[in-house]
Design a binder for this molecule. Structure first.
Ligand code: SF4
Length: 178
């Protein structure tokens, strides 16, 4: 089967996502991201989509070598009128994740059998996580959780991510393709 990422890029645009085809060598994986998760994140350990419950940064680095291309996915939301930005972020990232997951499923059907989505933000499909994941088919991890430096990746595309711009929030995911 001929695998053409263009159909995924077209579908992404159709459902309201910005999409940029990447060479996987552009994705920097950095050990220092571990510091930001383990020391300072209020959600550390609470979600099964995040450290310490997921694969290590080193494992992810090795896995990434087996991929050749990826699609950077972005959905930007206007949030200047939001009173409770954390509550808004929860709903927005869930909606963006569902769109991105639809693309992962589509990529699989189109022959990218190792298509794997790295989702925007921590998984919040359930109110809380238990000992075991309630919906393992939905469980994906965010880029930062495996050491991906999103800022540098976005800069390479001529884009920018401003973590403290609460008036416009970007939900960012990466779809690994192969
Ligand atoms: S699907 Fe539910 S239980 Fe599983 S990681 Fe996501 S929020 Fe947690």
């Amino acid at each position: 089967m001929i695998k053409d990422p263009q159909v995924i890029l077209d579908k992404a645009k159709e459902i309201g996502l910005e999409a940029y085809l990447l060479d996987v060598s552009e994705i920097n994986v950095e050990n220092r991201a571990q510091l930001k998760c383990a020391f300072g994140c209020r959600g550390y350990g609470k979600r099964l989509s995040c450290p310490p419950h997921i694969i290590s940064i080193n494992s992810f680095r090795e896995i990434l070598k087996e991929y050749s291309q990826a699609i950077l996915l972005i959905e930007e939301h206007e949030t200047s009128a939001e009173k409770d930005i954390l509550k808004a972020w929860s709903g927005l990232r869930k909606g963006s994740f569902h769109k991105m997951l639809e693309l992962e499923h589509m990529a699989f059907r189109k022959g990218f059998i190792f298509a794997q989505l790295i989702r925007p933000g921590a998984c919040n499909e359930c109110e809380t996580c238990g000992e075991q994941c309630n919906k393992p088919e939905m469980r994906r991890f965010p880029p930062e959780a495996v050491g991906i430096n999103l800022s540098s990746l976005m800069e390479k595309q001529g884009l920018e991510i401003r973590y403290c711009n609460f008036a416009r929030i970007k939900c960012v995911g990466i779809l690994l393709l192969d």
